[in-house]
Write a protein that binds this ligand. Structure first.
Ligand SMILES: Nc1ncnc2c1ncn2[C@@H]1O[C@H](COP(=O)(O)OP(=O)(O)OP(=O)(O)O)[C@@H](O)[C@H]1O
Length: 717
């Protein structure tokens, strides 16, 4: 056995040496050609191909591949070793494939194969290919050194796929301040999502830590490879919940050799499209309102403004209001540029209602007014007397100005403001107006007066924008990714669908983490019903890779202790760590104990530690106490742009999407975390941020969500 391991290692060393020689040879060849900087098109194309090769070879130079699969295609006599890497490598000049790009069809076998003697298949451009797998091997190469050779399947051996030792080794590593690529350990259920066809709306419901974000980013890299003739990186977009989260995930795509993909938040994207005519209302205040504690807290039901304005019902309401505006838009009277000459109102309406019917509303206005102007010029041409012509011209210019004024040129904001204003516009029927609650209208008015909007006003404004100006090609996407989609509204999704070609979406989230229930959805059906059913696919990821078994069991128990039981619970991978610690710590000792514990954790192997508190004020207070003691701790607030790693204090609602080696949740008492579903979801989000170590501290009595948790995975101190 020992000798077979040694011979495998030696075999891989030889192969690696051969690969490095080829890479060096190709780099040396490329170095002989000076970079082309001229204007000749063909030369420029050749130079960009060489540039791409140089980049790929540079990636391959330190870690050329991470896996090997010996595959015997049906009809062939011997298995062929296929080496899988982040980028492909062809031997020059024979074009023999030395390394296969992980996104290539045959590489899918490396991910989908989980053991067994049966024939396997993969989908190639020429149809299904069938064959047998003889060997599946993971290889760790770091900085050109072969560090590990782990066989996860050997047909000649005991035929059993061993537990994924390699995956556990990767999961056990500590994290810095960035999310990383997972090309070497993509799991079969994740691979199916990554390689799903482009033109469908893919929904991924995944438990915390199941790799949703990571998988979506790998999917983008796959789509760019597989559909290179149909999609462009600049035309792909990722919507994430906030700037800090975007910063946190920003390393993955470059690691996968992908650049130029747009990455934004819905708010930033919308404000840009609205030419920054409006500003977002204070978001910290909004979060403070929804995440407050105590008896005064608001209920997050369907009457919340975010749920109302985010609904398809509100979109239809707006649509009807726009139709009423359309029917009455434009002056209804004849136009007379000077006495004795007139353009009948019926002709103007004919231009508006029939000839320009398919133009967006403001474009139609522009077109009709331009046509009136042209008509007027033609009428003027008919006047021969010079002084009369001069007089008419002056008069006509003035009358056209007056006529134009009667036809208001709206922006999306001025239209919305008038529509929901204190004096409703004349075109709006009283029946339609009565469908909205007066309170909702009042609240909106108060903000619009100051040119401020809430996030739920943005989709309506963009909807109006699309009716006014249309959606031009440069504003459409080849593919759209929406992360933390459970916090989006059906209206937002419909709007993004209007901007996305061929319904090509990756929409991911977790209903158990739906802490923004005052705006988000309660069931994926709310979104799925918005798409063509035959071009929609639903995936569920139940395995959680981030946290230890103990943390996952504990977090599941938190959800189970809430008034609303989850339909799915996370399944951990078999990675065991310390039990979750529940500790009583009095307020007077809190800062001192935190300081001591954070120092203890940092002196070990841990590199990122977070203290999670329920509100921003509490975080600020703890931050003051800890910095007064000379500790270097980052305070993360609602407007945070970057995630620095190290020690952080974070409001739990801001920690969504992030992960830390160790997490301490403070104030785990009934006031801060009651048994209400939204508190359980919040605490669940907090618990599932931890990779290796989790503690919950309380003063007085523990929260009902954790009080009864017992078992091997939790200890009370
Ligand atoms: N196949 C895998 N191999 C190695 N690590 C993985 C794998 N899948 C996921 N992970 C790791 O699990 C962690 C969670 O991944 P990610 O943040 O993408 O999950 P998520 O489902 O978006 O989580 P959440 O909803 O809790 O924010 C990351 O550290 C990621 O690297």
């Amino acid at each position: 056995m020992e000798s077979s391991v040694q011979s495998a290692y030696q075999e891989e060393l030889n192969r690696l040496e051969e690969t490095f020689k080829e890479i060096d040879r190709q780099l040396a060849e490329l170095a002989k050609i000076p970079p082309y900087t001229g204007h000749e098109h063909t030369e420029q194309v050749l130079e960009s191909i060489r540039e791409g090769r140089r980049r790929n070879l540079a990636v391959a130079q330190s870690e050329p591949y991470f896996g090997r699969l010996d595959f015997q295609e049906s009809g062939h006599h011997n298995p062929t070793p296929l080496y899988i890497g982040k980028v492909g490598l062809e031997k020059d000049p024979t074009l023999e494939l030395m390394v296969i790009d992980w996104r290539a069809p045959v590489a899918s076998l490396f991910y989908s194969f989980t053991g067994g003697n049966e024939a396997v298949t993969y989908d190639s451009p020429d149809g299904m290919v069938e064959g047998l797998v003889y060997l599946k091997r993971n290889l760790v190469i770091r900085k050109q050194i072969l560090q590990r050779v782990v066989d996860t399947f050997d047909r000649a051996g005991d035929n059993m796929a061993v537990t994924d030792e390699f995956l556990l080794y990767r999961l056990g590593e500590n994290k810095d301040n960035r999310l990383r690529d997972i090309v070497s350990t993509i799991q079969a259920e994740q691979d199916a999502i990554i390689r799903a066809v482009k033109n469908s709306a893919l929904f991924i419901q995944g438990v915390a830590g199941s790799g949703k974000t990571t998988v979506a980013l790998h999917r983008l890299a796959f789509l760019l490879y597989q559909y290179r003739d149909q999609v462009r990186a600049e035309r792909m977009i990722i919507f994430a919940p906030n700037r800090m989260f975007l910063d946190y995930i920003s390393g993955v795509l470059p690691e996968l050799g992908v650049g130029h993909i747009q990455q934004t938040t819905f708010t930033d994207w919308a404000l840009e499209l609205l030419d920054h005519e409006v500003k977002p209302a204070d978001q910290a205040q909004r979060l403070r309102y929804w995440f407050q504690i105590g008896g005064q807290r608001p209920t997050m039901d369907d009457s919340a403004p975010g749920r109302v304005k985010g609904s398809v019902g509100f979109m239809r309401w707006l649509d009807r209001a726009l139709q009423q505006y359309e029917a009455s838009a434009g002056p209804q009277a004849d136009y007379s540029p000077w006495d004795g000459t007139k353009l009948p109102a019926a002709t103007i309406r004919q231009w508006y209602d029939v000839e320009n019917k398919h133009e967006p509303l403001m474009k139609r206005r522009e077109r009709v007014l331009a046509r009136i102007k042209r008509w007027q010029e033609m009428e003027l041409d008919k006047v021969w007397e010079v002084h009369l012509k001069k007089e008419y011209k002056k008069k006509a210019a003035q009358r056209l100005r007056e006529y134009t004024k009667q036809w208001t040129e709206y922006t999306p904001f001025t239209f919305y403001k008038e529509l929901l204003g204190p004096q409703p516009p004349a075109y709006l029927s009283s029946e339609l107006l009565a469908e909205l609650s007066p309170e909702l209208i009042r609240e909106t008015q108060a903000l619009l007066k100051k040119k401020l909007v809430q996030p739920e006003d943005l989709a309506p404004l963009l909807f109006i924008r699309s009716r006014f100006y249309g959606i031009h090609g440069e504003l459409t996407f080849d593919h759209t990714v929406i992360d933390e989609a459970q916090d989006f509204s059906p209206f937002q999704i419909t709007l993004l669908n209007m901007h996305t070609r061929n319904q090509s979406f990756t929409i991911l989230g977790d209903l158990s983490q739906g802490i923004h229930a005052y705006q988000g959805i309660h069931d994926w059906k709310e979104f799925m019903s918005l798409f063509e059913a035959e071009k929609t696919a639903y995936f569920q990821l139940n395995r959680s890779y981030r946290s230890t078994m103990e943390i996952i069991y504990f977090a599941n128990a938190v959800l189970m202790n809430s008034a609303e039981k989850p339909s799915v619970l996370a399944e951990p991978v078999f990675r065991s760590g310390d039990p979750v610690k529940i500790r009583q710590v009095g307020e007077a000792q809190l800062a001192g104990q935190l300081q001591q514990e954070m120092r203890r954790l940092q002196s070990g192997e841990v590199s990122t530690v977070a203290v999670l508190a329920r509100t921003e004020e509490r975080c600020e207070q703890l931050h003051r106490s800890l910095t007064a003691e000379g500790m270097q701790v980052h305070l993360i607030g609602a407007g945070q742009q970057h995630y620095e790693g190290g020690l952080s204090i974070v409001p739990t609602f801001m920690a969504k999407g992030l992960e830390f080696d160790a997490v301490i949740i403070v104030d785990a008492d009934p006031d801060h975390y009651s048994a209400m579903p939204q508190d359980a979801k919040l605490l669940y989000v907090g618990c599932t941020r931890a990779l290796h170590s989790l503690q919950l501290w309380y003063d007085g009595t523990p929260s009902p969500l954790i009080a009864s948790i017992q078992g091997d995975f939790a200890v009370s101190e």
